[in-house]
Design a protein around this ligand. Sequence first.
Ligand code: NAG
Ligand code: NAG
Ligand code: NAG
Length: 466
Amino acid sequence: MSNRKICYCFIAIIVFCSISVIVFTKYLVGLWPGNLSPLRLFHGPTVKPLWPVDGPTAPGYYEHLGRLTNPCAGERPLSNRVRNDVWYLTGQSHSGHEVAVFSAHLDDRSSERRNTAAVRVMSVVNWKGHAGPKVYCLLWYYNVSHPVVAAVEELKTGRGLSVGDSHYEEKLFTCVLPTWHVPEHVSLTLGSECNPAYALVPVIIPQRARMHDFGVCVAVAYGSINGTRIKEWVEFHRLLGVGEFNIYHGKLDRMTLDVFTAYSKQHVVALRQIAPPIDNWCTWCQKLATIAVLNDCMYRNMHRYKYMVVVDFDEIIVPHSDVNYSEMLQRITRASQSASVDQFAFRNAYFFLDFPADETQPRELVTLRYHTRAAVSQPGVAVKSILNPRGCVSMQNHYCAKRMPRDATVLMVDPDVALNHHYKRCHLTADECGYTLRHGVDDGATQRFREQLLDNLAKQRGITPR
Ligand SMILES: *[C@@H]1O[C@H](CO)[C@@H](O)[C@H](O)[C@H]1NC(C)=O
Ligand SMILES: *[C@@H]1O[C@H](CO)[C@@H](O)[C@H](O)[C@H]1NC(C)=O
Ligand SMILES: *[C@@H]1O[C@H](CO)[C@@H](O)[C@H](O)[C@H]1NC(C)=O
């Protein structure tokens, strides 16, 4: 080879190396001045599977995080802005845009497609009825002064609510973790990653040990719920195999709260505080927290429960021939011939308290006294679900609204196998109630559980609602 050719070759190598270095620093490491893009950080060279969770003692901790932190974003400590003792706030005063965060959970499931972890942030936003600003996630790591900016996915998770000139929407923000370290806190900022973050939301790491086959997650508990009926509801579910109940209470009256507190001392109930995400305690304002509460319950207990049961305080999913939920789900799964079922949806049946009561049954037990029901509701009306929480991304009252990308089935359970028994006064129009009450169906499905229910209630004599 001539000297000239060697020289050209040498120049070509130098040019190639320089371009590589520029491209690497600009796009991958994100150190190009003024051009820090969260997406580039995520796709950078440090993306690795998250597991295991490790802290500052792990090799490379400061090196990696130091490279990824964004100096324009704030430093700790932040002034924590909290509303109603529960919601962490962030916002922009000039636009009036605001995000209220209930909780943030590490999502350590790895889906079949990606092997990444994320922080899921349960929120309610007020975008004033317009398209919202861009939202950024700031991830704060132990003993690192500046945050790492992460890519955000935004998901609308509820129906929203308009109050005055404000329009509130339930949102799930997903912050994709750029490294295999678990942040201590997360903050959201609006408009730019350099805008101030006002609150440090602790990242809750889900317990990995399996504790219960079935756990109940229930929407916000407020006002007065009859304590005698709560006790019946708890004990009925326990005999079907439920090991734990998650109650989020917001201004519950004393009698109701006492019953839950007594059960929480037995570790049957996990009590947590909730409040409306806005400065208004109207009924719908309290219900605006529902999606956040159900998903907080789901993410917190994702590994602790084999299945989660999502019902209200006046509902019980009652099997018509199986002895408990485990037996029932096993039988349904076998019959369906599906390899795996993630969600079982149960049809609703109103056992209206306007139907005549069976006076031979104990006075205070609604599930035994009221065994006349309306015709089974249409499949789309008020179904309730038992589901695998590891298969769901966003849960709402009736079913999982967004599922994990996995190969599993959703089943609508045959009304002959089980129904969601719904005990309440008739809420339909006068004509509809009149018709329904003249066409009651006798359904004695609960009677099989009578003796066991009475025994279990007797064992809880100490809990006396007043
Ligand atoms: C925290 O950071 C400071 C300053 O970088 C360092 O001196 C200290 O050892 C760190 N603490 C721990 C527990 O890593
Ligand atoms: C459900 O019933 C089966 C059969 O009687 C029993 O072996 C199992 O322990 C029960 N499961 C629960 C959670 O009660
Ligand atoms: C609560 O419900 C039980 C059973 O239906 C009833 O006997 C009792 O009077 C109710 N208590 C109150 C305070 O409404």
